[in-house]
Every structure is written in structure tokens, then in C-alpha cells.
Ligand binder design. Structure first.
Ligand SMILES: NC(=O)c1ccc[n+]([C@@H]2O[C@H](COP(=O)([O-])OP(=O)(O)OC[C@H]3O[C@@H](n4cnc5c(N)ncnc54)[C@H](OP(=O)(O)O)[C@@H]3O)[C@@H](O)[C@H]2O)c1
Length: 259
């Protein structure tokens, strides 16, 4: 039985589906009060990941856990601490590409969480995916609050989920950290061109005024946009290709599959 945290979110659902495709029994951990409909897990339990007791109860008896932390959450490291304290022997952590970038607080928080794994006595693996190709949705104009010309190694979430299921179910991945980057470096302008629409830069100050987000989530995303503006998020696809046993999907592949 493999536990998956953040199971009702975008990433968790994809990982549950990839494990189901391998016929592996799964236990989905879902935030209390939220629906677990349509997850396709063998079992579902409700647990607040900030509560060590709830996490330990929810993970009781699983042989491995895939740790998806809530998106841009101020308590990421303590959530990972809670999972480690639950005593599951194998832990695979969903980190991010380039977690050591201190200018992006939620990346930096994942670096701290990785440090906890490395210093623990569990059998661990870390996956470091780039931003997903699935983050973009068809629109008349693609608007982002950073340069439309900096480049990213956008990755297919289904490729990431396939690798997650592989390292959770096969031997030979203990104490490995895998960068998962897509096969091409594309700007938001390039992505817009694939759809035949225009890319437009939104003023970051306007984004701060317009976003319903507050506190850590708003500030961390604002810092990420400032970083993206200058650097994008480039990466190298060789590790992902090796783990997939085939070339990773391109953004065009993802659009063709999902449209
Ligand atoms: N999106 C990307 O491109 C990308 C790339 C690389 C890495 N990542 C990382 O992937 C992780 C997941 O991202 P995502 O896009 O899948 O996020 P998501 O769709 O928001 O999923 C996160 C899930 O966590 C749940 N959650 C929130 N607070 C919780 C709590 N206190 N206890 C238990 N569950 C809680 C959420 O529940 P509710 O539905 O009730 O809010 C949601 O189901 C993040 O750590 C992110 O940094 C994302």
C-alpha cells in the first residue's frame, strides 16, 4: 500500500492514476472536509498535513509514501517533518527544479525539506520537476506577470507521474535526486505561438493588486515571478528521458493530447 499526500490536487491525482495503471494499491490523503470523489485510490483518509498525529494515523501501515506538499505553503518543511515522523520506511518527495534558489522562498523551503530527508534514516528519493506544461490553459491572450521571453523547460505532468510511480514501485532509486525537465526550452511567447495567440506581460504591481492571494502565498509567488522575469527556469531533459525510457513529451504533445 502506497500513501499519496496532497492527493486531491493536480499532482496527487496524476500520481494516483500512474500508480493505478501499475495495479498498485494506494491510500489517498485528502484535506479534512474536502471531497475525495473520483480519485481512483484504493483507500481515502482525511488528514491535515500540518498535524503530526493525523499524518501518523493516516500513514499507518503503508510501505511507502509519495509526499506532495500543498502548493506554496508556509509550512512545507514541517509538513515533511510530520511525514518523516510517521515512520514510513520509504519516502519519495515531490520537490521542484532548482530548489536551492533562495530568491524563490517556496523553492528554498523545498531545499530545506530535502535536507531533512537526506539527514533522516528513511529510504528516500527526491524528484525535482520543472513547471508543468499543464499550467497553461488555452486562452485568447496568454498573460503572465513576468517576461514573455525568458525560457523554461516545461515538463509534462504525466511524465512526472510516470516517473513517480516507477521510483515508488521499482528497486534501485534509493538516495537519488532526479531533475525532471522537459525536452525544449520555451518562453511564454513560444507557448502562445503554439496556440496561435498573443503573449502579453502583466505589470507585477497590478498582479499584486488583483490577486486574491494573501501573505506567504502572494509574496512567494511574487518573488517567483521576479526571478522568472530575469532567469526563467531552464533545465536538462536527460535524466527524465532515461527514467522514461523514451523522449519526454513536448509542450506541443501535451496540448495535442489534452485539447
Ligand atoms: N504546478 C507546478 O508546475 C509544479 C511544479 C513543480 C513542483 N510543484 C509542487 O507540487 C506540489 C503540488 O502542487 P499542485 O499544483 O498539485 O497543488 P494543488 O493542486 O493545489 O494540490 C495540493 C493539494 O494539497 C491539499 N492541501 C492543502 N493544504 C492542506 C493541508 N493542510 N492538509 C492536507 N492537504 C492540504 C490541497 O487541498 P485543497 O484542494 O483542499 O486546497 C490540494 O488538494 C507543490 O508543492 C508544488 O510546489 C508544482
Amino acid at each position: 500500500m502506497i500513501g499519496v499526500t496532497g492527493a486531491a490536487g493536480k499532482t496527487g491525482r496524476a500520481v494516483l492514476a500512474a500508480l493505478a495503471a501499475r495495479g498498485v494499491p494506494t491510500r489517498a490523503l485528502v484535506r479534512p472536509g474536502r471531497s475525495a470523489a473520483g480519485l481512483g485510490a484504493t483507500e481515502t483518509v482525511h488528514a491535515d498535513l500540518r498535524d503530526a498525529g493525523q499524518v501518523a494515523t493516516a500513514l499507518d501501515g503503508v510501505s511507502a509514501v509519495y509526499v506532495v506538499a500543498p502548493n506554496v505553503h508556509p509550512s512545507e518543511a514541517s509538513i515533511v517533518e510530520n511525514v518523516l515522523a510517521a515512520g514510513v520506511p520509504r519516502v519519495v518527495y515531490h520537490s521542484v527544479l532548482h530548489p536551492a534558489v533562495e530568491a524563490m522562498p517556496h523553492h528554498w523551503a523545498k531545499a530545506r525539506a530535502e535536507e531533512l530527508l537526506v539527514a533522516s534514516d528513511v529510504d528516500w528519493t527526491v524528484l525535482q520537476p520543472c513547471a508543468y506544461a499543464q499550467n497553461f490553459r488555452p486562452a485568447d491572450v496568454l498573460r503572465v506577470p513576468y517576461s514573455v521571453d525568458t525560457r523554461f523547460a516545461f515538463v509534462d505532468l504525466l511524465d512526472v507521474a510516470f516517473v513517480a510511480a516507477r521510483v515508488l514501485t521499482e528497486d534501485g532509486h534509493s538516495y537519488a535526486t532526479y531533475e525532471l525537465a522537459g525536452p525544449e526550452l520555451l518562453s511564454v511567447a513560444d507557448v502562445a505561438a503554439l496556440w496561435g495567440v498573443r503573449a502579453e506581460r502583466e505589470d507585477l504591481n497590478e498582479w499584486y493588486l488583483d490577486t486574491p492571494l494573501r501573505g506567504y502565498a502572494r509574496d512567494a509567488l511574487g518573488a517567483m515571478f521576479t526571478y522568472y522575469d530575469e532567469h526563467g527556469l531552464p533545465g536538462n531533459p536527460r535524466v527524465l528521458a532515461s527514467l522514461l525510457g523514451r523522449p519526454p513529451a513536448t509542450v506541443a504533445d501535451v496540448f495535442a493530447r489534452e485539447s
